[in-house]
Design a protein around this ligand. Structure first.
Ligand code: ADP
Length: 392
């Protein structure tokens, strides 16, 4: 099962996108629909709302008078907290029930208007944000019967584009005609979501192609923050660090995000295997780091390796003993490259040369092996960098 979070500002076209995903076979859970269901006539949710706010929040037909309730809680934090205390647990329980009832190979799309505001992004394997420019949203909402004044007020109360961008694994621009965004959804479904789902279910990581070194990508840090938040949540809040070449600003690299996750022992790492797999990072088993330093036992270089299941985002996750030699080495190596421009240029040149030499390879193993001598020689340079007060 794949969990996809879908959000976007009001009038952006979220429902349009959700509808298309449903046509492809996604199980769409609409948070707005559930919010209405849990206080529908005859529910104990509605009974509790009436107990808390009085019969004046009911219409003549006995159903909830939403505008009356909205007016009652508007600007009153305690009243709003009371209302949320009634509705939120019920919505959460119903959502969990619907997810549990979905088939094991489902792509579950959770359509949540307040996904960003409620910091829900790390719960999902992938977050889709639908965007349209403000003016277009106002026109579309007006055509849907919402006066501009009301639309503006609701938009102002929602998260801004910057916050939405920060959580978007996929940013769907719906500023054009509907067919443009629908074609993008079709491609996303076929090229990414279906494969991602089967990878998660079958505990397969996304395939690695031949090594291709690309220029530094300014979006890597933001991408890394999103992935790290997912890993951290799956691993019960343990330390997650972005490491490797993509963590060094300015350095060309293979488009693979590397992370290390801190554990107290490799036995503890093994216990996290299932949670990480379910979060989209299946295990590749026990592995060994190539770099060796004097004065350490071979097992100091053992780790558990996981990789990402998302075919649209290559990820390697090294689960290492936090504060141990392998953990410290990864951080020191990164920080040395961040600090030393000459070392960075030298490493960049080596990477380009090796990628060229291994261009015809099926995997990146040959490339990785050819890098070892330079890496081994770097240990002395990194040690000197730290010994000499971070100037080399
Ligand atoms: P949301 O669910 O994000 O509030 P909707 O999907 O309901 O937004 O879209 C808002 C309105 O705009 C709807 O009436 C919808 O039919 C219309 N709409 C959606 N996408 C487009 C588009 N690309 N061009 C024109 N109108 C659109």
């Amino acid at each position: 099962m794949l969990r996809v979070g879908l959000s976007g500002g009001i009038g952006s076209g979220k429902s349009t996108v959700a509808g298309r995903l449903a046509e492809h076979g996604a199980v769409v859970i609409d948070a707005d629909v559930l919010a209405r269901e849990v206080v529908a006539p005859g529910t104990d949710g509605l009974r509790e709302v009436v107990e808390a706010f009085g019969a004046e929040v009911l219409g003549p037909d006995g159903a909830l008078d939403r505008p009356a309730l909205a007016a009652r809680v508007f600007g009153d934090e305690r009243a709003l907290a009371t209302l949320n205390g009634i509705t939120h647990p019920r919505i959460a329980a119903r959502t969990a029930e619907l997810i549990a009832a979905a088939p094991p190979d489902a792509v579950v799309v959770h359509d949540v208007p307040l996904l960003v505001e409620k910091d829900m992004a790390p719960l999902y394997h992938l977050v889709l944000i639908v965007h349209a420019d403000l003016d277009q949203r106002l026109v579309r909402l007006r055509d849907r019967g919402l006066p501009e004044e009301d639309a503006r007020r609701r938009i102002a109360a929602q998260a801004d584009d910057q916050r939405r961008r920060a959580v978007a694994d996929v940013w769907l621009d719906n500023s054009g005609t509907p067919d443009v965004v629908l074609a993008r959804v079709d491609a996303l479904w076929a090229d990414r979501l279906v494969r991602y789902e089967s990878n998660v279910r079958l505990r397969r990581h996304a395939p690695y192609g031949p090594p291709v070194v690309v220029p530094y990508d300014e979006t890597w840090p933001a991408q890394a923050r999103r992935v790290a938040a997912r890993i951290g949540l799956a691993a019960g809040g343990r330390t997650v660090e972005h490491i490797g070449s993509t963590s060094v600003p300015g350095l060309p690299a293979k488009d693979v995000l590397d992370f290390q996750l801190g554990v107290r022992s490799l036995a503890e790492a093994a216990e996290l295997e299932e949670a990480l797999a379910q979060a989209g990072f299946p295990s590749r088993g026990l592995a060994e780091d190539g770099v060796r330093h004097e004065g350490h036992a071979p097992e100091d270089w053992h780790k558990r390796l996981h990789s990402g299941a998302d075919p649209g985002r290559c990820v390697n996750l090294h689960v290492r003993v936090e504060g141990g030699p392998a953990w410290n080495w990864a951080i020191r190596f990164r920080d040395w490259l961040r600090a030393d421009a000459a070392a960075r240029d030298e490493y960049a040149a080596l990477k380009r040369e090796l990628a060229e030499r291994h261009r015809g390879d099926d995997t990146d193993l040959g490339y990785a092996e050819s890098k070892e001598p330079w890496m081994a020689a770097a240990t002395a340079r990194v040690a000197a960098f730290y010994r000499d007060g971070q100037t080399s």
